[in-house]
Design a protein. Structure first.
Length: 154
């Protein structure tokens, strides 16, 4: 259509999806219905226009997708979905391979340093490189990424 942008068309599509899924229950959502990209678009629109029920559905459905931890962190920060952060940081610290240069660029300097610090602490505290203690790793991630408010180190 003349005079409309790609964004206009994407928005129209998203609103069509919003209308269709406004009565869907998160517990019965089939994750094959929308792609990850479509779900992120749905999260974006529902966040912008305060469609809380649709937002919860998108958050639930995206959480069931196989997104890489870097993408989860990026989307969690962009759309204020704190519940994804801990698991994404644990996944980054748990995997045997270090961050790639592109991943570090995506995370930014400070978060890359925190991931490196958590990984080092994990390796220093763990008896096994290949099978980390997930409860220990969870405590390390909590300590480094989510310190209690009012911590003297801030």
């Amino acid at each position: 259509m003349i005079g409309t942008s790609v964004y206009d068309h994407k928005s129209k599509f998203s609103f069509t999806v919003l209308e269709h899924y406004s009565n869907v229950d998160c517990r019965t959502y089939d994750r094959r219905v929308l792609s990850s990209k479509e779900l992120i678009n749905l999260l974006s629109i529902s966040t912008r226009f305060d469609f809380e029920r649709i937002r919860r559905l998108a958050i639930y459905a995206i959480g069931k997708q196989d997104l890489c931890p870097i993408d989860l962190i990026r989307f969690a920060e962009k759309y204020d979905v704190d519940e994804w952060l801990r698991g994404a940081y644990i996944a980054l610290c748990q995997r045997p391979e270090p961050l790639e240069v592109e991943e570090a660029k995506e995370l930014g300097f400070e978060k890359t340093i925190l991931v490196a610090r958590a990984r080092e602490k994990r390796f220093q505290s763990s008896n096994s490189y290949l099978r980390p203690d997930l409860s220990l790793l969870g405590r390390i991630v909590d300590e480094i990424f989510f310190p209690p408010r009012g911590d003297a180190s801030e």
